[in-house]
Design a protein around this ligand. Structure first.
Ligand code: ZN
Length: 480
């Protein structure tokens, strides 16, 4: 698989020489990038090795299982959010029960660490004609929680989500057939296969596997979950939304079976006026926590083990579209969205029909289940790394007490017992991805002599004894 062959990047090598001269003896890691990154990203990516246990875990994931879940979801005829919650065979209620029962079965292999719940709420009717809930509607999210095993980390939560509801051309038609094989049977099925396999492994931090309701009516399930999580004080450090990850073929017949798009916002949805003022002064519009999460996914999950390239897209979502990552962004949490590389809009939000010989509708025949399983592996490997690694360093500051061409960084010590130390990363301000790393040991301050904060972007990440690295924290200017 030549795609992932390590390759020195000319620009980065030049920089490394400069950096070597100025920071002296500090260790510089070589930089690598996919050999034929056909998306032309200019910056290099620091791919991280895949642990043996994680490699084994990914091999347990099966496209055949993904197909079974997806075809079962389609068999309920419609999963429209306003459809029957009580019919055992047709409608959203039957789908909720299927996902709940299946996840409960998977939880048995977790030794009591995985619990499954239905989170039911009433979405009130709205008079707004743009709104898609004409009467008070009961909605239900299904959530499997795999509790972390390291006491200091179990309150830290990562969420992976797909939406259970589907729709036809008319978003409030609760009767028509709405198979939703791709939108979003694919995301739910991927989540289920992750839950099945990951329930049998343990991780330091907690992971929530979720199927949410009411996405097509207005992101209601994810909004309810996010607001409830905020009220309960959950420390959500990352959310992966999977919505439309079922087909590797676009509407012109183009195929990209080894590419997944990952959407990540720049300027944070929940940015405060004070944060905006800092960003306007010294930059950082490409360094939101969601961008760090997206870079992280590329570093840990674009490799031979997943057999996938991750195409980062620097925007919150596609034009005219939104998704379940948005309610998490509104709460100030890092959240990103996976979507197939080329969409076919004849297969989304369309009544099932044939017109001029063209089949419309979101049907299983358009799915590529091996592709969906590979996307599930990208998610699983990202989650496993996140949940086993230390939390991203907190309160990372770039010291601005005096004018100097050195760069002094400070951060708070991480209390997790397996933290071995920290790494300072940096890149040219015009590079999209981190290109350089300096191992600084188990300290909470570091001065990069002769490497000016005016000229490059810095970040700090933590590393544990097993070699798991946290996502990067982008520093804020501070006098102390
Ligand atoms: Zn969707």
């Amino acid at each position: 698989m030549h795609r992932f062959r390590a390759l020195a990047v000319t620009a980065a090598v030049t920089l490394a020489v400069v950096a070597g001269a100025v920071v002296g003896a500090v260790a510089m890691r070589p930089v690598s990038a996919p050999a034929d990154d056909h998306h032309g990203s200019a910056g290099a990516v620091m791919h991280q090795p895949v642990r043996k246990e994680f490699r084994r875990m990914l091999r347990e994931m099966s496209a055949r299982n993904v197909e079974t879940y997806d075809r079962t979801l389609v068999s309920f005829g419609t999963r429209q959010a306003l459809s029957s919650t009580t019919d055992p065979k047709r409608g959203i209620g039957a789908a909720v029960n299927y996902v709940f029962n299946t996840l409960s079965e998977f939880a048995k292999a977790s030794g009591g660490r995985m619990t499954v719940e239905k989170q039911t709420f009433i979405q009130p009717a709205s008079d707004d004609p743009a709104d898609r809930v004409p009467q008070d509607t009961e909605m239900t999210n299904v959530i499997a929680t795999l509790k972390g095993t390291q006491a200091a980390s179990t309150n830290r939560v990562y969420v992976v989500s797909g939406h259970l509801d589907s729709r036809c051309t008319d978003p409030i038609d609760a009767v028509c057939d709405a198979p939703g094989a791709d939108d979003d049977g694919s995301g739910v099925s991927a989540m289920m296969e992750m839950a099945r396999v990951m329930a049998r492994h343990s991780f330091d931090a907690t992971i929530k596997f979720m199927a949410v309701d009411g996405e097509e009516e207005g992101l209601y399930g994810s909004t309810h979950f996010a607001q409830d999580a905020k009220a309960k004080g959950l420390d959500i450090q990352g959310m992966l939304d999977n919505d439309i990850i079922g087909s590797s073929t676009g509407d012109a017949g183009q195929r990209e079976p080894h590419v997944i798009r990952l959407f990540a916002e720049g300027v944070p949805t929940a940015e405060t006026p004070r944060q905006a003022a800092t960003r306007i002064n010294v930059g950082g519009e490409n360094d939101s926590t969601s961008r760090q999460l997206a870079r992280y996914a590329k570093e840990v999950a674009e490799n031979r083990a997943t057999d996938m390239n991750i195409r980062l897209i620097w925007r919150r979502d596609r034009f005219l579209r939104g998704g379940d990552q948005i309610p998490f962004l509104e709460q100030g949490w890092p959240a990103v969205r996976f979507t197939e590389p080329n969409e076919n809009f004849a297969h989304q939000h369309q009544n099932v029909r044939v017109e001029n010989g063209v089949q419309f509708g979101d049907l299983p025949q358009f799915m590529d289940f091996a592709f969906t399983n590979r996307v599930a592996r990208v998610n699983a490997l990202t989650l496993a790394n996140l949940a086993d690694a230390p939390v991203a360093p907190k309160s990372v500051r770039i010291i601005t007490a005096n004018l100097t061409n050195d760069t002094e960084l400070r951060w708070n010590a991480n209390p997790e017992p397996d933290v071995k130390g920290y790494e300072v990363v940096w890149r040219e301000t015009t590079d999209p991805l981190w290109t350089h790393v300096i191992r600084v040991g188990n300290v909470t301050t570091f001065t990069a002599k002769g490497l000016s904060k005016d000229n490059v972007f810095f970040g700090v990440r933590a590393i544990d004894r097993e070699g798991n690295r946290s996502p990067v924290t982008f520093p804020v200017p501070s006098a102390t």
